[in-house]
Design a protein around this ligand. Structure first.
Ligand code: HEC
Length: 99
């Protein structure tokens, strides 16, 4: 019994680590424009994305997928076109926790 509980704790820890790594890995291709810590205004026009509520970032990214956005939305559309809803969640979560 003890062993089973230990194994479940281990599995939970591993899957949590993977979820976190996912967001960070996905964010690698955003750094060039938004900055390593999300504090840059991409191309001088976007808002600062770090620390925004995850649900706002998620809504923004889904908006770009749906063809919404500002004057430079075409740039973001190509960035998010192939992301799955799970990947968008992981990214939003990661960015919302950037300090
Ligand atoms: C080539 C530069 C570039 C890259 C790479 C890029 N972005 Fe952007 N991002 C922009 C620009 C420009 C805007 C403003 C677009 C507009 O006019 O709506 C923007 C806007 C955003 C916004 C809305 C911010 C706001 O509140 O104004 C979010 C969120 C965002 N980007 C997230 C990401 C994520 C996540 C990635 C990586 C998957 C990424 N971006 C990659 C240039 C980039």
């Amino acid at each position: 019994m003890k062993k089973t509980i230990g194994f479940i704790v281990f599995l939970t820890a591993v899957s949590t680590a993977f979820a976190a790594a996912d967001g960070a890995a996905l964010y690698a291709k955003c750094k060039g424009c938004h900055g390593a810590d999300g504090s840059k205004k991409a191309l001088g026009v976007s808002g600062v994305i770090k620390g925004q509520p995850a649900k706002d970032i998620e809504a923004d990214l889904k908006g770009y997928q749906a063809g919404e956005g500002g004057a430079k939305k075409a740039i973001m559309q190509s960035q998010v076109a192939k992301l799955t809803p799970e990947e968008i969640k992981a990214l939003a979560d990661y960015i919302s926790k950037l300090k």
